[in-house]
Design a protein around this ligand. Structure first.
Ligand SMILES: [Zn+2]
Length: 506
């Protein structure tokens, strides 16, 4: 009989710790809802003690997302655990995930604790967590560089104190598959209590082996894999959820395990996370990259046309990419549009659908053929908008290689309209300066990127900007067939987020 592997998603915790990623609680909730559709077993929603924003995000997810276990992270101290317990309290199935470092180097230099003190803190932490929830996960941070003898003692003590899940992290991405698999095996052999609990692994990708290490662990008895969508996470990231899942599904002949995951939601989840985090997926990325199912060479194309399995080990449909290349246009009606959205996995209420259809019609006036990619971009842009306090009403720019660029913008802030002008280094810079003046917000642009959503001369441009205000990062997104307009909208979106943050956002 196939054994069951649980997928523990840490996109909202470890993934959110990726450099350059900053999600507000509204965006975290959207991702959590999508993860529930994907049917992950556990959502690690955040690190509640880290900030009020983190606490609120975990609490909101615990209150609103049904299905998966909702976990909150806590260091091995009472303050962290109490806060995590408070945050996950409302969940259907709450879990507290507590951790302490176990490697000589971490204990000595980071914790400045002796192994005995670490052991005691771990036991106390698990007991404290257990006083709040039934489901307690214990992690030995930097396990792959810890002494096996000590790990055995630590895990045995944690299980006896009430831990229901034992996590073995390769925190710094140092292990190799052979080594890591054998570590899992050794621990299972030497700690008899491990049979009673779930065995989890958490691998980082510093040497590009996170997925391979996770799979090696499965072959040696691990029953839970911690991973993140698009492989987000600290430094080089975590094991990529989509790769772990599709490897286990595609090679079921070898691994012989079952998963709860509904793989048809993989593509949409990846897209949502990439849009909200502002971190694009590389085209040649396994499973979800734009080229993952593209066959370029003539020989391959010929093969796939005569028999798909010649070069295709899994189908695009299995991750929710439709092969339906139906193109919509100006004459497409509301019904056809609604039908297409449904096929693409979007559930919009009537009001949202009306808005989306309006924008679709606007776009169809400017662009002849509207593809799935365009629709996807339109809908995501709309669904993911926080309340817009600042609305861009009008802009005009002038630029050239022999003249100084100027921009005039008019924005509506609440009830009042403000108009401002500025010069700048190019039309976009001038527009941004004018916007900052009009909104009277002092911030710094840290990143700007633009790409076209689909091909062709009339393609829509998608701009993602990251701005910094008071040490915090905000990501804005804008979409238009005019790249200066897309740039202005992205900046306005980011400015709106700074205002929202002052209210109740993060
Ligand atoms: Zn990690």
């Amino acid at each position: 009989m196939a054994s069951k592997i649980e997928i523990f998603d840490t996109t909202l915790r470890d993934g959110e710790q990726s450099p350059g990623v900053s999600l507000n609680s509204y965006e975290k909730l959207e991702i959590a809802k999508q993860l529930a559709k994907l049917q992950v077993d556990v959502i690690e929603a955040g690190f509640p003690i880290a900030s009020n924003g983190d606490f609120n995000a975990v609490k909101t997810i615990a209150e609103n997302v049904k299905g998966p276990v909702i976990a909150g992270l806590a260091r091995a101290n009472f303050k962290d655990i109490d806060r995590a317990a408070e945050a996950v309290k409302a969940a259907e199935r709450p879990r507290i995930h507590t951790f302490i470092a176990s490697s000589p180097i971490h204990m000595k230099y980071k914790l400045k604790m002796t192994p005995e003190q670490v052991l005691e803190a771990a036991v106390e932490a698990v007991k404290r967590a257990k006083s709040y929830v039934e489901d307690v996960e214990f992690s030995a941070e930097d396990a792959s560089r810890s002494e096996v003898e000590f790990l055995c003692k630590l895990f045995s003590a944690a299980i006896n104190a009430g831990a229901t899940v034992i996590n073995i992290p390769d925190t710094v991405g140092y292990a190799t598959p052979e080594e890591f698999g054998s570590l899992v095996k050794t621990l299972r052999e030497r700690v008899p209590e491990m049979d009673k609990v779930k065995i989890s692994v958490h691998c980082h990708n510093d040497l590009g082996m996170a997925v391979a290490n996770s799979l090696a662990a499965v072959q040696n008895g691990a029953t839970q894999i911690e991973c993140a969508v698009n492989g987000l996470g600290e430094r080089a990231g975590n094991a990529a959820l989509e790769e772990v899942v599709m490897a286990l599904v595609t090679r079921k002949d070898l691994y012989n395990v079952d998963l709860n995951i509904d793989t048809k939601h993989i593509y949409r989840t990846s897209k949502l996370v990439s849009t909200l985090s502002g971190i694009y997926v590389q085209p040649n990325k396994a499973i979800v990259g734009a080229n993952a199912f593209a066959h370029e060479s003539g020989i391959h194309q010929h093969g796939v046309l005569s028999e798909k399995s010649t070069y295709e080990i899994m189908t695009p449909e299995s991750i929710g990419l439709s092969s339906n290349r139906l193109v919509l246009g100006k004459l497409s009606g509301r019904h056809a549009f609604a039908q297409r959205l449904k096929e693409m996995g979007y559930e919009l209420d009537d009001e949202e659908l009306n808005k989306a259809f309006e924008r679709f019609k606007d776009l169809a006036d400017k662009k002849k053929e509207i593809t799935d990619k365009d629709i996807e971009a339109l809908v995501e842009d709309q669904v993911l908008k926080i309340p817009q306090l600042i609305v861009l009403e009008y802009f005009q720019t002038s630029s050239g290689n022999q003249t100084i660029s100027t921009a005039t913008v008019k924005v509506k802030i609440g009830e009042k309209s403000v108009e401002e002008a500025s010069t700048g280094d190019g039309p976009i810079d001038a527009t941004y300066r004018a916007l900052e003046r009009a909104c009277n917000i002092d911030c710094k642009l840290v990143d700007y990127s633009i790409k076209s959503v689909s091909g062709g001369k009339d393609a829509m441009g998608e701009v993602i900007v990251k701005i910094e205000k008071d040490g915090k990062l905000f990501t804005g997104r804008g979409l238009s067939t005019d790249i200066i307009e897309a740039s202005a909208l992205a900046y306005t979106n980011a400015l709106n987020k700074t205002l929202w943050n002052n209210g109740n956002g993060r």
